[in-house]
Structure formats: structure tokens, C-alpha cells
Design a protein around this ligand. Structure first.
Ligand code: IVH
Length: 672
């Protein structure tokens, strides 16, 4: 073979391999720059030798011309849909039906995997080459979207024969879900809005709209992705189980959701895992709307067969909807820590995804106008994971004519100051730094767990301190006396002493916590830690210019501007000074031992070097939490001598165990 032809071949193989590492395994082996070099070299050689360009060269993902219409393709085997289940009982009934159908058969297991919320696509590989891709359509006939699917980087154009893997089959029809990640969907909508194009309602519509573009160059710009979950026809090889099949697909270069594909021995395990997936659903970067339960043994799948449109061997367990319909009673305005005004809808209470929702944020006036939200409207509210519930849209057909349009006030509802708007922003602000609402919110932030962490200073106490004019700003907390506290409702000597001690204790803190506690706009806990790490001291951070800040990884122009203008402000500088004068000082994390914030510990058995309450104190000092019983939320079980039943429970749940030595090392910050 010609030298150049050989180089082309090797480059293609390398690029395919690195695509696989990057897009399928999410575990790249080379830098982007190196990858670009390989890719550019291949382009160069192919340009000089167009006769050697093949349709499955990695350079050919976007080559096709726009089409006039999609042609139709008949699936060799129908693409079925799934029967839905909504409760534990539905899952148990599924098992009963299976057992009945299979008669005394006992040797089977289940698999459970996330149900992706996108659109079903079939890929056809002949002798390892992608020859066609089609949508599900009506299950019998779909649309030919080959040119578009080729632009999805995680879809291999050629399957790789892999040592140790089964040989690539002569014919393979793979099925999977094409989807768009939630972040990418928001980004696309932002872009669309800025060009006056209509936004997509959800990631699934965005994925479908992107895949059904007649011009593949448009699809190529949309960040689509694919997970494979099954097959149609397969010639030349047999598998025993769904798990083996999925492992082989991955080895051939296809992307499967392996970390979340789990084998379950019995139906109770299936139910547990379905619930687990439902609990963590909001942590996935993409939307999942349920879990798919399948019989693992392929021979039994074949025996079970299908009903008219759904297989008997699978069930989709659908999660509780994260959207519900309810009515807006009233719209109120809240003043936040930075003076920003947020309109909030008070709702007829409604259950969304298992939680009662009474309020939803309306973001700002623009948002209200855009969605035309009025008091009295019937609306769809959405709650996704831990985020604040929001109003998705108004159901206009339910209007009675009695709904009242809402306008943001011109003056602060709490202190009466005239509101201001920063040019280029949509948010209205109360400019009065002494506004009681702002003071309250910034005090509550200052004392919160991730900030100065003053235990026992809850909402009620903060409100009383403000009302009685004992505290006007955070630094005043450090001047409080026993007499001040005894004047408050619900305080006796003991509780006052405890609070004073907690306030005193908070004076020794970390630089990161302090930066976060200041409540600078756009500076959350993570950014505060970065700033502390990079600048090392408060003085250096206060002197940093916008350019110095931008130079820090993860800090963009927004944050940089916000931090530098915060420290340029005379009032803020005085505020910081007063806090330092009150005696706040910083210990670096290493001197203080580990930062255990966010970690939950459970203690069992006796420790030699300290009592149970000393151990507890040490964990709390470092920001950790101590719970009395083991649950899935436990991060560590500290097991001393003669541990109790908690040890057994922790083992069952796979919670990391620490013996005394490991615990001491962790406290010192020597572990991880
Ligand atoms: S298995 C015989 N597994 O859900 C049908 N489907 O409601 C085999 N879906 O059309 C489907 N994630 O588009 C399967 N992990 C998964 C899935 C999944 C999403 C979609 C699929 C199907 C629809 C049925």
C-alpha cells in the first residue's frame, strides 16, 4: 500500500479510537490539541487525495447536502413501545404475569436501567459499517435520518473489532435514544431567543427538532447524544443475556448507559433500584422519565414474546411527574440579600413529585410578561430535584376573565425606597442597604451552615434581633451580650450562653467560609473556595484587579466584575474591617484538619482515644454532621470496639466504614 494511504488508514483508526474514548467512555486519553492535530493531518491528506475519501472516514460526519424531504424506511423488525407501570404494585403484577407465562421457570433475573426521555432511533450496521439510521415513526415505517445521525459524535461510523470482544456481526440493528443534555437545551434556547426564534419546550422536543432537520449542517451544530439500549435484527452471533449484549455493544464502540444498568435478583431489588433512580433523577445531566425493567435472559425474552405493540418481557416504571396543574392565588414580591426583588406566586397547594408545593418563583417582570402570568391563573408548575419550583406556563383556556395582571412595584415593599434597575439587567433592586429585608436575608446567609455556621441562630432569633435593633449588620453579632439575648423571647441563661459560645466559636473560620459569608453576588461556596485557594489571603483578594480575577480558572467576567466592585466599595471595605476587628481570624484548612462540610457520620462502638461526644464535637467543628442511625444518606460509619447493629446495616448499604485509626486520619485531613 502507498505510504500516504497507509498514513490515512492509521490516522482514521487513531481518530476513531480517540472518539470512542472521549464520546463513548467519557475517558479521553489525549489532549484536545493532540486530537486536533490528528484530525487536521487527516483532512490535509484527504484534500490532496480526494479519491481516497471514504464515507465512513471521521471527516465525513458533515458532508451531506440538505434534503428536500426524508425518505421512508421500513424496519426489519417492528420497533415496539413499552407497557407503563406507575406503582410498586404495578411492578409486582409484572412479575406475577411473567411467572404465570413462564410456568415454574425460576432461573431468571432482571435488569433495570434509566428510561431516557428522547426519541428512539435505529442504527443499521452491515459488516461493521453504519449504513442507515432511522426514526421509530409508527414502529413499522420510520424516516431516514442517516445524514443527521452521522453528525452525532458518540455514534460510531465503523464498529471496532476488539481483542477479547465478540467479533463484529455481519448485520446489527441497534436501537437507542437520541437526546439532548439539559444544559445544552437551555443554551440552545438562549441562542434561539437572542435571534428571535421560538424556544423549544423541553429537551426532548429540542432533540427531535434537531434530528429532523433537512440540513445536516444544522443538526451538526446541535449537541445531540445517544445511548443504546437494545437491538433489532442481529446476524452471525448469539448472546445469553441483555447484560452481555450491552457489554458487547460497548466494546464494539457504541455508547450504553453502563454505570446505571443494574442486574437485580428479585422483584424487591428491582423496586428498590427504581426508587433509587427516581431519587437521583435530577442529578443526571439529561432527563429521565422512568426506569426500564427487562428480563435479563434473552431466551426467556424470546419465549415471552410480545403483545400487539409491547413486549411481555419489559416494563417502563414511570416516575412521578415533576409538573402539575394548580392555581395562582396571589403574586407577592420578595427582597433578597442583594436587594434583588423576586416575584413569587402563592399557589393552591399541590403535590409535585411527592412534595407539596405552595410557592413558585416567577423570576422577574420580563418573565411574567413573556408568559403572561396573572393572579388567579391556572398554571403548570414544575419542580425538578432541589431547584425552586417555577411556573412553566399558563393554561389560557382556563381563564374566566377575572384574572388580574401583575406589575412589579416601583418602590420597595419593605422599606419604601425607590427601586433601581442596572442597565442591561432585568432585575429590579432595592438600593437601600439598610432595608430590613436585605439585612435579614444577608444575616441569615452570614450565619448559615456553609458560611460562618453559627449554630442556634435561626430565622426567629434573627428576626427578633433586627426588630429590637440589636443587630443591623453581621459585625453587630459579635457585640451581643448576655443581657441582649435575655431580652429576646424564648431565651434563658442556658440557651443564651450556648448561642454566645457558638458566635464566639465562629470567629475562628476558614478564608473560604468568610468570603462566602460576605454574600458577594455570584460567589457561591465553590467559587469562594477557589478564591481562597488562589489568593491565599484576604488582603491579596481585596487588592486583586478584575484581570487578576479573570485569570483564575472557573472565574469569568461576571464573577470578576462582581468581586472587584464589591471590594472597591468603601462601605463594603468598612464592613470587612469591622468583622476583622471583632476578632475573626482564619485558620487554613490543613491546620484545622479536614473540611467535612456536607458529610454525615454515624458513630457506633467505643473509641479508645476519645468519648462519643468528643468524637461528635470534632466532626461538627469541621463542618460535618452526626446522625443517630445509618441510612443511604450516611457518608461514613465510624466503628469503634464492640460495634452494634449499625455496622451490619452500613455493610448492607455499602457505606464506607472507618475504624478508629482511619477516623483520626480523616479528622487530620490526611485522607483524600
Ligand atoms: S427498551 C421493545 N430501554 O421508551 C421496546 N426503551 O416507551 C424496547 N426508551 O420507544 C425499548 N430509554 O424510545 C428501552 N433504556 C431504555 C429506554 C427506552 C428510553 C424509550 C424508547 C421506547 C420508549 C417506550
Amino acid at each position: 500500500m502507498d505510504e500516504i494511504q497507509k498514513e490515512i488508514k492509521e490516522l482514521r483508526e487513531k481518530i476513531r479510537y480517540h472518539n470512542y474514548r472521549y464520546y463513548v467512555l467519557d475517558d479521553p486519553e489525549i489532549s484536545d490539541a493532540e486530537y486536533d492535530r490528528l484530525f487536521r493531518r487527516l483532512l490535509e491528506l484527504e484534500k490532496a487525495h480526494p479519491e481516497w475519501v471514504t464515507p465512513d472516514s471521521p471527516t465525513q460526519r458533515v458532508g451531506a447536502e440538505p434534503q428536500r424531504a426524508f425518505s421512508q424506511v421500513r424496519h426489519r423488525q417492528p420497533m415496539l413501545s413499552l407497557e407503563n407501570g406507575f406503582s410498586d404494585q404495578d411492578i409486582r403484577d409484572f412479575e406475577i404475569r411473567i411467572r404465570r407465562f413462564l410456568g415454574g421457570e425460576t432461573g431468571f433475573t432482571y435488569t433495570v436501567e434509566p428510561k431516557m426521555d428522547g426519541l428512539a432511533v435505529e442504527l443499521v450496521y452491515e459488516e461493521g459499517h453504519l449504513v442507515a439510521a432511522s426514526t421509530r415513526g409508527d414502529g413499522i415505517v420510520g424516516e431516514d435520518v442517516t445524514a443527521n445521525v452521522k453528525t452525532i459524535m458518540s455514534v460510531p461510523l465503523v464498529l471496532t473489532p476488539n481483542p477479547g470482544a465478540p467479533p463484529v456481526p455481519e448485520l446489527l440493528e441497534v436501537r437507542g435514544e437520541v437526546y439532548m443534555e439539559i444544559e445544552a437545551f437551555h443554551e440552545l434556547n438562549r441562542k434561539n431567543l437572542s435571534r428571535n426564534l421560538p424556544p423549544f419546550a423541553n429537551p426532548r422536543n429540542a432533540a427531535a427538532g434537531s434530528l429532523r432537520q433537512l440540513d445536516p449542517r444544522v443538526t451538526a451544530k446541535r449537541p445531540l447524544n445517544m445511548f443504546c439500549y437494545g437491538i433489532g435484527e442481529l446476524r452471525g452471533i448469539r448472546f445469553q443475556t441483555h447484560l452481555e449484549l450491552m457489554a458487547a455493544l460497548q466494546q464494539w464502540g457504541l455508547r450504553v448507559n453502563r454505570p446505571y444498568l443494574r442486574e437485580c435478583k428479585d422483584i424487591e431489588e428491582v423496586i428498590d433500584y427504581c426508587h433509587e433512580l427516581e431519587r437521583v433523577r435530577s442529578q443526571f445531566p439529561f432527563e429521565i422519565d422512568g426506569a426500564v425493567i427487562k428480563i435479563n435472559q434473552l431466551a426467556l425474552q424470546a419465549r415471552l414474546g410480545e403483545k400487539s405493540r409491547t413486549p411481555r418481557w419489559a416494563l417502563a416504571y414511570k416516575f412521578k411527574p415533576t409538573q402539575e396543574t394548580t392555581r395562582i392565588r396571589k403574586i407577592v414580591v420578595q427582597v433578597g440579600r442583594t436587594g434583588a426583588l423576586t416575584p413569587v406566586a402563592q399557589l393552591d397547594p399541590v403535590e409535585v413529585g411527592g412534595v407539596t408545593v405552595r410557592r413558585a418563583t416567577l423570576h422577574n417582570q420580563e418573565e411574567i410578561q413573556k408568559k403572561d402570568i396573572r393572579e388567579g391563573d391556572t398554571v403548570i408548575v414544575q419542580r425538578a430535584g432541589d431547584v425552586i419550583p417555577e411556573v412553566v406556563k399558563v393554561i389560557a383556556s382556563k381563564r374566566t376573565g377575572k384574572e388580574r395582571p401583575f406589575r412589579m412595584p416601583t418602590h420597595c415593599p419593605v422599606c419604601g425606597a425607590a427601586l433601581e434597575k442596572t442597565p442591561g439587567e432585568v432585575v429590579l433592586r432595592c438600593p437601600n442597604l439598610a432595608c430590613p429585608a436585605q439585612v435579614r436575608a444577608s444575616l441569615r446567609h452570614f450565619v448559615s451552615k456553609g458560611a460562618m455556621d453559627i449554630e442556634g441562630l435561626g430565622e426567629k432569633t434573627v428576626n427578633q434581633l433586627i426588630q429590637r435593633r440589636k443587630v443591623k449588620e453581621p459585625a453587630d453579632l459579635y457585640q451581643l451580650t448576655m443581657d441582649d439575648l435575655l431580652e429576646l423571647d424564648g431565651f434563658a441563661r442556658k440557651s443564651a450562653e450556648n448561642l454566645l459560645r457558638a458566635i464566639r466559636k465562629s470567629k475562628v473560620t476558614t478564608l473560604a467560609r468568610f468570603i462566602y459569608a460576605l454574600g458577594i453576588r455570584h460567589v457561591g461556596e465553590h467559587i469562594a473556595r477557589r478564591l481562597a485557594e488562589v489568593f491565599g489571603s484576604l488582603d491579596r483578594l481585596m487588592e486583586a484587579s478584575e484581570e487578576d480575577l479573570i485569570a483564575v480558572n472557573e472565574i469569568g467576567p461576571h464573577i470578576a466584575e462582581s468581586v472587584s466592585s464589591y471590594f472597591e466599595d468603601e462601605g463594603n471595605r468598612r464592613h470587612v474591617e469591622r468583622l476583622l476587628r471583632a476578632g475573626i481570624r482564619f485558620e487554613d484548612v490543613a491546620a484545622r484538619g479536614a473540611d467535612l462540610s456536607g458529610k454525615t457520620f454515624v458513630l457506633t462502638g467505643t473509641l479508645k482515644s476519645m468519648t462519643r461526644s468528643e468524637a461528635k464535637e470534632r466532626i461538627l467543628e469541621r463542618g460535618g454532621r452526626v446522625a443517630s442511625s445509618v441510612s443511604r444518606n450516611t457518608d461514613y460509619l465510624v466503628a469503634g470496639e464492640s460495634p452494634g447493629s449499625k455496622l451490619q446495616r452500613a455493610r448492607e448499604l455499602g457505606i464506607p466504614l472507618l475504624n478508629e485509626k482511619a477516623f483520626l486520619r480523616l479528622l487530620e485531613g490526611k485522607n483524600g
